[in-house]
Design a protein around this ligand. Structure first.
Ligand code: FES
Length: 399
C-alpha cells in the first residue's frame, strides 16, 4: 500500500499566510465604494436556483378526501419551478383579509418533475388551522398563488446518511417521503428506502397508486402499510415499534427518518431509544409549530390558560401585545398584525431568530433548533417559544 506523505508547514507557508490579510486589506482599499451595476452569470444562476419568491398558477387539484388535497403548480411566467432536494418544502404566502399569512407545505412531487415545468404541494386541513382551512376551501384551478423557494433540511445526504433509510411516516406526513421515493425512481437520489407508513385503516392510506408506480420503476423502494385499527392482507397491524423497524431494517446499518404528526413523534422517540440510534442516525421532519405545549415534559401546568404581555421591538418600533401562554410567540405577533419573519415555523430554520431581552419562556426540546451560541446569549425562535411570564423580545427585520 502506498503511503501519502503530508508536508509540514514551512517558512514559505508562514510568510504566505502572514501576508494574506495585508494583501486583502490593500485590495479592499483599492476597491471603489460605488455599488456595481454589473451582473454576473453566477448570481443569476443562484437566484434561479434559490428564488426568494415563486409565482404560480394552479394547474390541477386532486382531492384525496378527509381534508387532504394536492395542487399541481406551474410557474406563471412559463419557466420551471426551482429544483429542490426531495424532502424539502415551500412556504405558501397568502393574503387573507389584508394580512399576509405564511405557512410551510411539503412538496409531494419528485425533483425531476420541475424540469417538466411543474411541482405538486399537498395540504391537509388541520383543526383550527387558519391557512390550511383557507386553502382547502378556496384554492381552485386557474388561481394565482405565491410560494418561497425550496426550504428545509429534511433530505437524504450521502455524506451523512446510511445507504439504507428506514422512513417512519404517518398520515399526510408521507409527502416528503413520497418525494424521496420518486427521486430514487427517477435516478436523482441513490439509496435504499424502506417506508413504514402508519394509518388508522386502509381507507386512510394516501398516495397508494404513486407508491405502486415507484415500486414498479425501482426495487430500491419498499412500502409497508401499518394499520392501527384494522387487519388487512399485506399490511402490518399495530404501531411502528422498535421491533417492527428492526424486522424491516434487516441486517446492516440504516438511518431512521421520521415524518408525521406530533403525536407520532412522542411514541416514536421512545422506540428510537430502544434502537440506540445516535443523533446523526435519527432525523425528524417537523411540520409547523408545536400544538398543545402543556402535554410536553417541562411545561408548567399552571401557565396553560394565562395571558402575558409581550413587548416587541422591531425595526425601531415597539409594540405591546397580549401573548397566550399556550400559543407560540410568532402566533401572538401575527394575531396583533405584526409580520414577524418566518419560514419553517417549527424551530428549525432560524429565520425568526430573535433576542429575548426579558422574561421566562418554555422551549420544547423537540423543536429547539437553536445553535449553542444562541442558547448561551439568549436568542430564541419565537415560532417555537412559549411565554411563561411577561416578556420583551427584539425581532429582526427580515421578509
Ligand atoms: S420560522 Fe424557522 S425557526 Fe422560526
Amino acid at each position: 500500500m502506498s503511503k501519502v506523505k503530508l508536508k509540514k508547514y514551512g517558512l514559505k507557508d508562514i510568510i504566505y499566510f502572514t501576508n494574506k490579510p495585508k494583501e486583502r486589506e490593500k485590495r479592499i482599499q483599492q476597491t471603489s465604494s460605488v455599488k456595481t451595476t454589473a451582473t454576473f452569470k453566477v448570481n443569476e444562476k443562484a437566484a434561479e436556483r434559490h428564488p426568494d419568491e415563486q409565482r404560480f398558477v394552479i394547474d390541477r387539484v386532486v382531492d384525496h378526501g378527509k381534508g387532504v388535497k394536492t395542487y399541481t403548480l406551474k410557474k406563471k411566467d412559463g419557466t420551471n419551478p426551482a429544483f429542490f432536494r426531495a424532502g424539502q418544502y415551500v412556504v405558501i404566502r397568502q393574503e387573507i383579509d389584508g394580512k399576509l399569512i405564511a405557512r410551510p407545505v411539503s412538496i409531494s412531487s419528485g425533483p425531476a418533475d420541475t424540469l417538466d415545468g411543474w411541482m405538486d404541494v399537498t395540504v391537509k386541513e388541520v383543526a383550527n388551522g387558519f391557512l390550511s382551512k383557507y386553502i382547502i376551501e378556496n384554492w381552485k384551478e386557474g388561481d394565482e398563488v405565491r410560494t418561497s423557494g425550496p426550504q428545509g433540511l429534511f433530505y437524504y445526504e450521502g455524506f451523512r446518511d446510511e445507504k439504507h433509510v428506514v422512513a417512519c411516516s404517518g398520515g399526510s406526513g408521507i409527502t416528503p417521503i413520497l418525494s424521496m421515493a420518486k427521486a430514487i425512481a427517477s435516478g436523482d437520489e441513490d439509496f435504499r428506502l424502506t417506508v413504514l407508513y402508519g394509518s388508522r385503516t386502509r381507507d386512510d392510506i394516501l398516495f397508494a397508486e404513486d407508491f405502486a408506480a415507484v415500486m414498479e420503476a425501482t426495487d430500491k423502494v419498499q412500502l409497508i402499510n401499518v394499520l392501527s385499527e384494522e387487519e388487512a392482507d399485506g399490511c402490518e397491524k399495530g404501531f411502528i415499534t422498535a421491533d417492527l423497524i428492526r424486522k424491516y431494517a434487516g441486517e446492516g446499518p440504516f438511518s431512521l427518518f421520521a415524518s408525521g404528526p406530533q403525536a407520532m413523534y412522542n411514541f416514536l422517540d421512545a422506540e428510537a431509544d430502544k434502537l440506540a440510534l445516535d443523533f446523526k442516525h435519527y432525523r425528524k421532519e417537523i411540520f409547523g409549530s408545536i400544538k398543545e405545549p402543556w402535554t410536553l415534559p417541562g411545561y408548567p401546568a399552571e401557565a396553560k390558560d394565562k395571558v402575558f404581555t409581550l413587548t416587541v421591538k422591531m425595526c425601531g418600533d415597539e409594540y405591546v401585545i397580549p401573548c397566550n401562554a399556550n400559543e407560540n410567540m410568532l402566533v401572538a405577533l401575527e394575531r396583533a398584525g405584526i409580520a414577524g419573519p418566518n419560514r419553517c415555523r417549527g424551530g428549525v430554520c432560524g429565520w425568526c431568530r430573535s433576542l429575548l431581552i426579558e422574561g421566562n419562556v418554555f422551549i420544547p426540546e423537540l423543536t429547539d433548533g437553536r445553535r449553542g451560541a444562541d442558547k448561551k446569549y439568549g436568542y430564541i425562535h419565537p415560532c417555537a417559544t412559549f411565554a411563561l411570564s411577561d416578556a420583551v423580545i427584539e425581532v429582526p427585520n427580515r421578509k
